[in-house]
Design a protein around this ligand. Structure first.
Ligand SMILES: Cc1cc2nc3c(=O)[nH]c(=O)nc-3n(C[C@H](O)[C@H](O)[C@H](O)COP(=O)(O)OP(=O)(O)OC[C@H]3O[C@@H](n4cnc5c(N)ncnc54)[C@H](O)[C@@H]3O)c2cc1C
Length: 352
């Protein structure tokens, strides 16, 4: 270990826990590194307003930063190599997020390949981009790179100590987060876990509980996530495109946020809720929401999923009015019924 004020220090221990995190990747685009681009670190510390911020990447970091700077008053252009933003999300979710951000004046170029960059971020930058309609040059004041993460696993002698890395440089671990070296564990981003603070925290719990004699693993974890735009996007469980890809039969319901009565009071009417329920059972398999307080509403659905409650429990629950969560009743009303007659609900008149 190299010390800040010079010299080195050797520490001995009988167990090693690797919690190294990741850093922003700077893609090998000619001129990009020389332009001294911003990453999220500098973007969070800027003391001036970029006139025109060019953002490379449309993952959650790129989108959150783009909206923040747009609202501060910058012109913002997002360049994405893929055919759409947030490649993991369902197309209807992506379209709604893109519509909301476009309405605020954020410009999108996708699919688009950055060919080269000239100039210096903070002064003036020129970015040559190839899109389906040909090559064009963008003139910006600043460039922010939000194009993926690289694990902090290089140059510290991990492989020499028997700690294997995968092809992308993440530490190979088993379901108990044990590495390939004895008495060495890895957790969080560097172990290839889903890159969220709450997952890194759960990784820690798995290791500490197992050291205390427990038997926890990373298998079948239900991992929620939020994109903190305004309105936010929250998601937990299965997505519709994943269900189609994996041949999982589902029933899908959607509800526009305009149908949630609270939005009449708050005027936060953008977005929708979406739920996936098993076709042949009534278990909730996935939930997505774009809308105010999405993360809080998601936690209620996640709790029902963890408890393996049939969706009717939420559909028929008395949820306080006027809350955002009240919309869950209407959302789950929209789940198509199974064909079995026993499943049919009694009409209100018959039960009154
Ligand atoms: C801009 C941004 C926004 C995010 N927003 C969210 C969010 O809203 N919600 C969410 O859940 N997640 C969010 N994340 C992801 C979240 O920050 C990470 O998933 C989480 O921090 C991972 O925790 P970790 O402990 O694995 O790594 P880190 O939090 O990165 O911690 C690793 C630490 O190890 C240090 N380190 C590295 N190498 C060494 C070494 N050789 N010796 C000693 N120390 C070392 C690093 O400097 C760092 O301090 C965001 C990430 C970014 C970049």
């Amino acid at each position: 270990m190299q010390l800040n004020d010079g010299g080195t220090r050797l520490l001995y221990g009988d167990r090693l826990f690797l919690n190294l995190g990741t850093h922003a990747a700077i893609p090998p685009i000619p001129g990009l590194q020389a332009s001294q681009p911003l990453t999220h670190v500098e973007a969070l510390e800027l003391d001036y307003l970029p006139a025109h911020l060019i953002v490379l990447g449309s993952g959650y970091i790129g989108l959150e930063m783009a909206q923040a700077y747009r609202r501060f008053g910058s012109r913002v252009t997002i360049i994405e190599t893929g055919p759409r933003l947030m490649s993991r999300e369902d197309p209807d979710v992506v379209n709604e997020v893109q519509r909301i951000l476009s309405d605020e004046g954020i410009q999108f170029l996708l699919p688009a390949q950055v060919l080269d960059v000239y100039g210096r971020s903070g002064e003036e930058v020129w970015v040559t981009v190839r899109t389906q309609s040909g090559e064009q040059e963008l003139d910006g004041s600043d460039i922010l790179v939000a194009a993926g993460r690289i694990p902090n696993t290089q140059w510290i002698g991990l492989e020499e100590s028997g700690v294997e890395l995968d092809a992308r440089g993440y530490i190979r671990v088993n379901e108990r987060l044990e590495t390939t070296a004895p008495d060495v564990w890895a957790m969080g981003d560097c172990a290839g876990s889903p890159q969220f603070t709450h997952v890194a925290g759960d990784d820690f719990r798995i290791i500490s509980e197992n050291l205390a004699g427990g038997n926890r693993s990373t298998r079948d974890r239900l991992v929620p996530y939020c994109l903190f735009t305004d309105p936010p996007l929250a998601h937990v469980g299965l997505r519709e495109r994943e269900a189609r890809r994996d041949g999982i039969a589902v029933r899908v319901a959607k509800l526009p946020m305009t149908a949630v009565l609270r939005t009449e009071a708050t005027d936060e009417t953008q977005g929708f809720m979406k739920a996936l329920v098993g076709r042949d059972d009534d278990l909730i398999l996935g939930f997505t929401m774009i809308g105010a307080e999405a993360g809080e509403v998601m936690a209620a659905v996640q709790t029902a999923m963890l408890a393996k409650l049939p969706y009717q429990k939420l559909r028929d629950a008395i949820l306080a009015h006027p809350t955002m969560a009240e919309g869950l009743g209407s959302l789950f009303e929209n789940i198509p019924l199974r064909s079995a007659p026993a499943e049919r609900r009694q009409p209100l008149a018959a039960t009154a």
